[in-house]
Design a protein around this ligand. Structure first.
Ligand code: ADP
Ligand code: ZN
Length: 654
């Protein structure tokens, strides 16, 4: 049998037993009785090839390796996996990783094996014999990590069979699935609650990238993590450049965007996702992109399951494909080198937007989130909402979500500041890497409008929603206005300089600025905040974004050209190498990686990330030692590929 076989499901004979917890220990590593921080850093370097820890990684690893529980909140791409993979190597026994993303387990296992770590998966795609073999290896203590689907763990008595097996820790990935407040509730996760009592002394670590405060509290309670520690990392994804463009001729805009990034003929192959609102638009757009010479594939829930699975597999495995998809695509896609996410139609909420755009640039290299938005989209989304069968209370919540999204689209502020504020995080200064920072939008002096609005909200008792307040401002004598006596307040009819849509964008921007807040009970009523005072006292002025629909022409054209003129560095920056020789090395390394990956039947990034290849191409190391210093090159990969890479670099230089 091929000792390098990467098929995670293959029933290869168990390797000879090793001392527990000694996985991946290279000859130069500290002994297993050295202090945890020292051993952790040594393994980080020798096994994973990284120089140092990021964010809370070290603290989490020390907590869990020391036997404590943890809840870890880190944005996508923040480096959650290391938080359980390193403790798995530091503690004796096998780490059981619970994950709902069965489709990804094979890749995760393959990636770990590339690092010389003994890993396997247990899920419904395995034959009975394979399952038995994996369970045997768990009990024999010859595995470092095993990925298990939640339904596998709780059903079929697996937990009973794990009794008495050497277990290093339980890691519960995508932990928001345990909470009904989260957006992806999975009932099987509820059964993980008693892991703590069944396996006392075995540390548990829960990880997620999306959990607001109520969801967090729920996770701690449901998974009984009360005695553990919570680690919350900032949610910023600084390498993603955010751009929102007023919709013109949508397709031409997309083509221009792709042309900027990839070149008109798809020359600089880059992976990206284009989200569309409907299945029909997915298919049309994919066909159309293909007709324009781009390598594009469709993905939506209505496709034949085999075609769909095959398109997903190709997107993960091949370089430079564009996936045109509905939101059915993307859950758990952790392809690190997605260079752009383009929304041809707007997402449903800021949460959805952040999750969908978060699929770009997980490798930390420059990436772009690009979105089109127009008044027609707003009308379509609100109509969908109003005519839906949702209960009224739910509709109110959804209306607010839509307003938040629109507020983001229409903001004149740094987009990243608006996003982070929405997620309870903050950024002191404008980011310098979003369209509003790079090319400030056209604005108008909205001070008077804002004061009229605030005063109208105040005089009508802060008990009404946007529609009613606008009626009062416009002097509409509706039944509701008359009944409330609001045709007699001083702000009745003072706002006719704007129309209804004009007032709506003012209100959304005021919400986004935090001058107004919706009530916490979700009735959609507007209230003033402390932040209004300077504005009402006339101490500050307020610049509002000019809505392209309010003033036809002009501003739309201006912002469209923006991205390119703004330095133009947002584009193919992943491969922004200093000189042509480095670019040639990068291209050769990518071609070599593609061959290796195809031979082994794994996605290219499992062999090496783009960031590692780029660093090698830039530095052109000439010795094994110099190569070992490259990021992302641990002992096992150096052993496996070092000679090849050095030979290749010599060839390119010749
Ligand atoms: P998450 O699961 O949080 O989305 P991953 O665990 O997949 O993120 O890590 C994202 C990327 O960051 C991976 O390419 C990983 O190799 C890299 N990474 C993680 N930790 C470090 C580190 N300490 N130094 C360098 N790169 C790291
Ligand atoms: Zn910014």
């Amino acid at each position: 049998m091929d000792p390098l076989s990467l098929d995670p499901l293959s029933d290869e004979p168990a390797p000879p037993a090793r001392p527990p917890g000694a996985a991946g220990v290279a000859p130069g590593d500290p002994p297993t009785d050295a202090p945890v921080p020292e051993r952790a850093l040594a393994l980080l370097r020798s096994v994973f090839g990284h120089d140092g820890f990021r964010g809370h990684q070290q603290a989490v690893i020390e907590q869990v390796a020391g036997g404590g529980d943890a809840l870890v909140l880190m944005p996508t791409g923040g480096g959650k996996s290391l938080c359980y993979q390193l403790p798995a190597l530091l503690r004796p026994g096998v780490a059981v990783v619970v994950s709902p993303l069965i489709a990804l387990m094979a890749d995760q296992v393959a990636a770990l094996r590339q690092l010389g770590i003994e890993a396997a998966a247990l899920n419904s795609s395995l034959s009975f014999a394979d399952q038995v073999a994996v369970e045997k290896r768990i009990r024999a203590g010859t595995l470092d990590l095993v990925y298990v689907a939640p339904e596998r763990l709780v059903a079929g008595g697996l937990l009973d069979r794990l009794d008495g097996a050497p277990i290093a820790l339980f890691a519960i990935d995508e932990a928001h699935c345990v909470s009904q407040w989260g957006h992806d509730f999975r009932p099987d996760y509820r059964q993980l609650a008693d892991l703590g009592t069944r396996f006392p002394g075995v540390p548990r670590i829960a990880l997620t990238a999306t959990a607001d405060e109520p969801t967090r509290r729920d996770i701690v309670e449901r998974l009984d993590l009360g005695r553990g520690q919570v680690f919350v990392s900032g949610f910023d994804r600084p390498n993603i450049r955010y751009r929102v463009l007023p919709r013109g001729e949508g397709r031409a805009q997309l083509l221009r965007f792709l042309g900027e990034r990839i070149g008109p003929d798809g020359a600089a192959a880059e992976s990206g996702i284009v989200y569309c609102g409907t299945r029909a638009r997915v298919e049309e757009t994919a066909d159309w992109l293909v007709s324009k010479g781009y390598a594009a594939l469709p993905y939506h829930a209505g496709l034949d399951p085999e075609v769909r699975a095959d398109n997903q597999r190709r997107f993960l495995a091949e370089d430079g494909l564009i996936m045109v998809a509905t939101i059915a695509f993307g859950m758990g896609i952790d392809k690190p080198d997605v260079r752009f996410v383009a929304h041809l139609d707007p997402p449903k909420s800021l949460e959805a937007y952040y999750q969908e755009t978060g699929r770009a640039g997980r490798d930390g290299l420059p990436a772009e989130a690009w979105m089109l938005y127009g008044l027609a989209d707003v009308a379509r989304l609100s109509q969908l909402l109003e005519t839906s069968a949702l209960p009224e209370a739910q509709k109110t919540v959804e209306r607010r979500r839509l307003d938040q999204l629109l507020g983001y689209c229409e903001t004149t502020r740094c987009r990243r500041q608006v996003l982070l504020a929405h997620f309870g995080d903050s950024l002191d200064r404008p980011c310098g890497n979003c369209d509003t920072c790079l090319t400030p939008p056209e604005t108008w002096d909205g001070t008077d409008a804002a004061r009229m609005l605030l005063s109208c909200v105040y005089r009508t008792g802060q008990r009404f929603g946007a529609g009613h307040v606008i009626d009062v401002l416009l002097g509409n004598e509706t039944e509701k206005v008359r009944r409330a006596g609001h045709d007699r307040v001083s702000t009745f009819g003072i706002g006719t300089a704007l129309d209804k849509n004009g007032w709506r964008t003012v209100i959304r921007q005021m919400l986004a600025f935090g001058y107004l807040v919706p009530d916490s009970e979700g009735h959609g009523t507007l209230r003033l905040t402390e932040a209004c005072r300077p504005l009402l006292r006339g101490e500050t002025r307020l610049a509002l974004r000019r809505d392209p629909s309010v003033k036809a022409g002009g501003s739309a054209g201006r912002s469209r050209g923006a991205g390119r003129s703004g330095g133009g560095s947002g584009g193919a920056a992943a491969t922004e190498l200093s000189d042509p020789a480095a670019q040639a090395r990068f291209a050769a390394l990518k071609a070599w990686r593609k061959r290796i990956a195809a031979d082994q039947g794994v996605p290219p990034y499992v062999v090496f990330h783009d960031s590692t290849l780029a660093a090698i191409a830039e530095a052109a190391p000439a010795s094994r030692q110099a190569l070992a210093a490259m990021p992302g090159l641990g002992a096992t990969k150096l052993e496996r590929y070092g000679a090849d890479v050095l030979a290749l670099l010599e060839d390119v230089a010749a």
